[in-house]
Ligand binder design. Sequence first.
Ligand SMILES: NC(=O)c1ccc[n+]([C@@H]2O[C@H](COP(=O)([O-])OP(=O)(O)OC[C@H]3O[C@@H](n4cnc5c(N)ncnc54)[C@H](OP(=O)(O)O)[C@@H]3O)[C@@H](O)[C@H]2O)c1
Length: 265
Amino acid sequence: MLGTDLAKRFQKEYGAESVIAADRAMLDITDWQSVGRLMREREPGLVVNSAAYTNVDGAEKERELAYNINVMGVANLVEWCEEFGIKLVHFSTDQVFDGKGKLPRTEGETPRPSNYYAETKFLGEQEAARMESSLILRVQWLYGKKKDRFTPLKDKEVFTPFADQYGAPMWTETIADAVVDLLQKGAAGLFHLTHDDYASWADVFAFAKEELGLKVRLEPKRTEEMKLPANRPLFSVLSNEKLCRALGREKFGGWRPALSKFLKA
Ligand SMILES: NC(=O)c1ccc[n+]([C@@H]2O[C@H](COP(=O)([O-])OP(=O)(O)OC[C@H]3O[C@@H](n4cnc5c(N)ncnc54)[C@H](OP(=O)(O)O)[C@@H]3O)[C@@H](O)[C@H]2O)c1
């Protein structure tokens, strides 16, 4: 989902011929030799990694696979990026925090992952951070054309959003714009790439329902009631102060205008 919009945004900025949009068929990041071969052949000036094992519940069972992709895959990219002196952009998740606080988390706080997916993502961050030049972006609650969480609601009578998980949904196009901006400003290090405000998933779906004029009945439930295999952080709100400073902006913007624009598009 994110990779598709990143590729489009980079193509728009730097020209289609400048972007190698590698999917899994073209490059398996867990294959150390293939990563080296592609880098040697194509000599990229920048590597942006949006590949990951992203099935939060699946990771509880498929531990080895999740570890290989989210940790060893990143280690492979880092090793070859170091060899060729290439900057790496890497994505992580709000879920590295346990969601137990009541204040937005900053980049300086120590993560405490509460599910296996988050554990692997935290280890992956640490791999990426072995290069000082890396840009590591913690993102959350993504939506985009490849994963429209909202429009399919028009075919549903009832939908059950989480009532007690708090965060901010973010359009993959918003992320892609911010990545280009951060790179052009020479940013490196760890950033929380998120909106200024937050809400529960129930609030987010209520907003989308209103915007789309849907009939679906929303029946919010507590996470505990859903009996999911993986634990979910509840107050998963990230501070974007460091991000705004790097971008030279007073505010980044709220999630509502972005979601409204997406739904209209
Ligand atoms: N989605 C969210 O709400 C969310 C929230 C927080 C953080 N993130 C992070 O944001 C990033 C992008 O997420 P996303 O939602 O765009 O994920 P996604 O839609 O699940 O895409 C992940 C991509 O990685 C590919 N992939 C998996 N294993 C690979 C391998 N060994 N080599 C090469 N490619 C491989 C997958 O290919 P296949 O389809 O062939 O498996 C898929 O195309 C990830 O780092 C994720 O952890 C996402």
